[in-house]
Design a protein around this ligand. Structure first.
Ligand SMILES: [Zn+2]
Length: 271
């Protein structure tokens, strides 16, 4: 199971990236009265398994999900470092994005300083011309050095996307991948190209846990109801209400939901 989640529907260059995505977005706004005009996380992350992810891809593909305590970060103090490639707005966005965790959980995001922290494990916000993504959870096999989050300028412009990637690093998978998700959503495979079915895998309970937090359609980790839809006027996921399916909005990129924060607090034993 690969855990490297990256961005983008089109392998675009740094120069054309924003334009292409905006074109897709504008196009859908004109042709698609049902789909909301908001962007969703699947518009940023890449769903393409074969994308050329850097260094540790092979390792990422073999890792278990984050039920294991070893895949939680060992300390509540999380060191982070921002690439010197980032411009001032991008740097400010990362700091601001992390603030919510400092304020609403017992985690303390603190800037990494090589003179003080040496080779300590730290989250490294790196720049990529065309990808956004990271590996899920702490990697106990690599307890020192950087844990990369790669972000392109487009992803860096949205604090919610920076927070989404950071939640992956802390150990959260996508909400619709929960082992119990079939009780809450119905995946409309007939409206999803087969090459993207892997994006809708529910992870088995032996690898993941829900921390008994209620299924959260508003999670920052939830795809939208139109994610990867062949016919984007129709949902690819429908909410369930018992045996009934209902249409409802899912996902957002504004910021972590209360459910997301609750999971982090439980995972990191806040209080
Ligand atoms: Zn993601």
């Amino acid at each position: 199971m690969y855990t490297y989640v990256e961005m983008n529907r089109v392998n675009f260059s740094i120069v054309f990236g924003v334009n292409i995505v905006l074109l897709l977005f504008v196009g859908s706004a004109f042709t698609n009265p049902t789909k909301t005009e908001e962007l969703n996380i699947e518009d940023f992350e890449n769903y393409n398994n074969e994308i050329n992810v850097e260094d540790e891809e092979a390792d990422a593909k073999n890792r278990n999900a984050v039920n294991s305590p070893l895949q939680r970060w060992p300390s509540n103090i999380l060191l982070y470092r921002i690439s010197t490639d980032y411009n001032k707005d991008e740097v400010d966005n990362v700091h601001a994005a992390l603030q919510v965790f400092n304020e609403s959980t017992c985690l303390v995001f603190k800037q990494y300083d090589p003179r003080i922290h040496g080779n300590s494990k730290h989250i490294y916000y790196k720049k990529s011309p065309n990808m956004c993504g990271t590996k899920v959870g702490f990697n106990p096999l690599s307890p020192m050095g950087p844990h990369d989050i790669v972000l392109n300028p487009y992803c860096l412009s949205e604090r919610g996307v920076i927070q989404h990637e950071t939640l992956h690093v802390l150990g959260l998978y996508h909400e619709q991948s929960r082992p119990d998700r079939n009780k809450y959503v119905q995946i409309e495979y007939s409206n999803i190209p087969q090459q993207y079915w892997s994006q809708f895998i529910a992870y088995p309970e032996m690898y993941t846990t829900t921390y008994n937090v209620k299924y959260d359609y508003e999670s920052l980790m939830h795809y939208s109801q139109f994610a990867f839809a062949k016919d984007s006027t129709k949902p690819s996921m429908r909410a369930r209400n018992g045996t009934m399916v209902i249409e409802r909005k899912m996902g957002q990129i504004v910021g972590p939901s209360e459910g997301d924060l609750t999971k982090i607090r439980l995972m990191y034993k806040c209080n």
